[in-house]
Design a protein. Sequence first.
Length: 221
Amino acid sequence: MESLEQIKARAETAVPEAKVDVVVNPGPAQQSSLLLDNQHAAAVAQFLRDDFALRLDFCSNATGVDWLDRTVKKTLKVKTVVDGVEKEVDQTSEQKVPGYLEAVYHLYSMTHKHGPVIIRMRTADRAEGARLPSLTPVWRSAEFQEREIFDLYGVRFDGHPDLRRILMWDEFVDYPMRKDYREPDDYEYEPTPHDDVLEKAKQHYAPRPQLDGAENITASQ
């Protein structure tokens, strides 16, 4: 299969206004990915699916990622003069990166038996109503998984055929997979509280009155 750099170049040729970036994964998996610009993501996705050499016709998985605001440290080599001698020293700077949400898709070719190719899209921020284009019209298997991302992360997918909650109930508030989500300690509104949830909910129930000995005897009769 082609390298990500080759796929990037051909995708940008096929969709001239598209911007595709290679996101390097430094972790043990070494699974780098392609970041698609939201405006042309659907067109690039269709190219990946229909291109004769790629035929990435199966989306096996789509998931969400929450990136909080963070500070990134960068170290650069700079030239400076020390005691009249020019030297190269390390200079560290900090860059604040605003948070965003991602949708990540793993693609395979059932036709050519290769993959995965990983693609991702990013929202502008983490605000309520953050939006991405739906890729369900390109890969039908993404439908329920985009609904799950919507349900748990709050990403709204434009063009999705049936965007509604899939795991949480309709009255549920907030998005439980976001990193800053705080679990409420009152689950009385849950349809069927159970186990640890039920124990926490009991903290908000009115205490049952304690019966003295005489009342206990009367009650038992």
